[in-house]
Design a protein. Sequence first.
Length: 140
Amino acid sequence: MKGLKVYFKEITFSTQKRLQLVDITWEVERAVRESGIKSGICLVFAPHATAAIIANEHEEGLMRDILTKIEEEYPRDGRWLHNRIDDNAAAHLASAFIEAARVFPVKDGRLVRGTWQNIFLVELDGPRGYRRVVIEVMGE
């Protein structure tokens, strides 16, 4: 096995809505290309307690369906104990169960994803003036 290489990149942006899907696919693919890594893995991580990362189709109806399902499962007006401190318990719960990271294979210098799989940051407590996503590519 050759030496392991690691490439690290952060992207930042703002969000406009309380619940929102932000397509970051092209930024992740760009990071994989910039890494020069031909075979390995790509970690996509949102270092926030009220955001998540998913992979799914970029189709407007489906995107609305995903946000609707999140609202159904984690209603903002639920009887969450955390709301006594900070009125965003639903965002914390959704982030915990959806998860803040995804890992994708890298093969032949390209991100491996399904034809209809785009990568999204799920904003659960917006709008936010500053959100970041960490992209780490590891391999050879």
